[in-house]
Design a protein around this ligand. Structure first.
Ligand code: GLN
Length: 429
């Protein structure tokens, strides 16, 4: 069988309108981009790439670098220092707005230029622009899974026209948001924006965020889970600047655009997407990029606010096995144990109390236990024990390691159903 996915993506390429918008005049060199280039790449959480159109065309990453450099600053300097310097409130303004918080001079968020210049500075204080560009290029390369280069022509072209960014950097320096020379910060930031990528690179970088910070191809952990959560939150609220609300309601996933014509989007846990088409709208965002994302979101049900299908109870089976003092209640759980799923189990045990002296939770088919699920399971075990019931677990995958239920009580743990059967006669196969 031939995979239908490339055919589907090719169809999206062909139906998205042509001709609207114009290449950026913000950076002289970007004006020369071929306006008809169009590519879509998709990388799954398992690291599989589906890519169509001009997916080997390299273009400068521009503002799509911002979320990754913000992540690097968080890793290098810690949350406290970074949140102290850069806010997380959407500005509702254009990317290059000269907007700093009154009194403190703190940039509103890391996606607008004021915040991105600050994140760039935080990566390595008082170091040369070359040092910071190198560190950021290394980061972007490990995210993409290949060595990326800086487009020196684009960098020179932007640097020669950076009057506005130089003004913003000087304001930031005036408020002592960073200690560095503002010209150095702009030079480094321009280098950061000029790293050359393809949509396949960007989708891989996005997939790393989708996978909680682990690069799906190399397996390298690049960001911690808490940094990824922070980066994605800021992308969702601020990534599309003054069109962030429109984007979140229509497309519904965290995203970031760049004025060279790229857009990335992330569906946490599932995939990273990148689109490239250099004609821009009035927000500096790719016209066909937005259209393609709207279609993908609709066709692939990507919208994060779409209520997921309510999962059936995780209590798959409840049976009483055996008689008299040998009798036990067998509770087979499956799927993911998060809050509402655990609540279903709690309710089942409250509404229909366990009437045997012994109970067994079988976790063989459980896929994942969230921290809240763990706390609730252990509390159920503690309360069953208070009611005089002895609890055992079957837990081959160690979904509930070190099950200390409190009050000095630990349920017995069997690693297989076979093992359980030796002592709990009549246990299911
Ligand atoms: N290098 C560009 C700038 O700072 C990036 C802007 C963008 O892509 N939105 O102005």
């Amino acid at each position: 069988m031939r995979s239908p996915l490339p055919d589907y993506l090719t169809e999206v390429l062909s139906v998205c309108s042509e001709g609207k918008g114009a290449t950026s005049d913000h950076i002289p060199e970007l004006k020369n981009a071929d306006p008809d280039r169009f590519a879509i790449s998709l990388v799954t959480a398992e690291g599989v790439t589906y890519s169509v159109g001009d997916d080997d065309t390299e273009f400068s990453i521009q503002s799509i670098s911002k979320p990754f450099v913000y992540g690097l600053a968080l890793e290098e300097r810690g949350f406290e220092r970074v949140l102290d310097a850069i806010g997380v409130e959407p500005s509702g303004e254009a990317f290059n707005e000269i907007s700093l918080q009154r009194d403190t001079g703190r940039p509103l968020n890391p996606m607008i230029n004021a915040g991105a210049l600050t994140a760039h500075a935080l990566v390595a204080e008082n170091k040369t622009p070359e040092y910071r560009i190198r560190a950021i290029r290394d980061l972007l390369s490990s995210l993409a899974g290949r060595e990326l280069e800086v487009d020196e022509d684009i960098a020179a072209s932007e640097l020669g026209a950076s009057f506005r960014n130089v003004a913003i950097a000087n304001l930031l320096r005036n408020y002592e948001i960073f200690p560095d020379d503002p010209d150095d910060i702009v030079a480094g930031y321009v280098g950061q924006c000029s790293v050359k990528v393809t949509t396949a690179d960007l989708a891989m970088m996005a997939a790393t965020l989708a996978g909680g910070g682990i690069q799906p191809r190399t397996g390298e952990r690049i960001f911690s889970r808490s940094v990824v959560r922070q980066v994605l939150s800021v992308m969702a609220t601020c990534g599309m600047y003054d069109a962030a609300g429109d984007w979140l309601s229509t497309v519904g996933i965290p995203a970031k655009s760049g004025i060279s014509g790229g857009i990335i989007g992330i569906l946490p846990g599932q995939l990273g997407i990148a689109v490239y088409s250099p004609r821009l709208d009035e927000h500096g965002t790719s016209v066909r990029g937005v259209e393609a994302f709207e279609r993908l979101s609709h066709d692939m049900n990507l919208h994060l606010m779409e209520a997921p299908i309510v999962s059936r109870s995780v209590l798959r089976r409840r049976t009483v096995i055996g008689e008299g003092s040998e009798a036990f209640t067998f509770l087979e759980l499956h799927g993911d144990i998060h809050f509402t799923n655990a609540e279903g189990v709690v309710r089942a045990l409250v509404e229909e109390p366990v009437e045997t002296q012994r109970a067994v939770f079988d976790l063989t088919l459980v896929r994942a236990v969230l921290p809240v699920g763990r706390r609730m399971l252990l509390e159920m075990i503690r309360r069953l024990h208070l009611d005089g019931i002895d609890v055992a677990l079957v837990d081959p995958e160690e979904q509930l390691p070190d099950p200390d239920a409190g009050d000095g009580y630990r349920p017995r743990v069997f690693t297989t159903l076979d093992e359980l059967r030796d002592e709990f006669a009549g246990s299911p196969e």
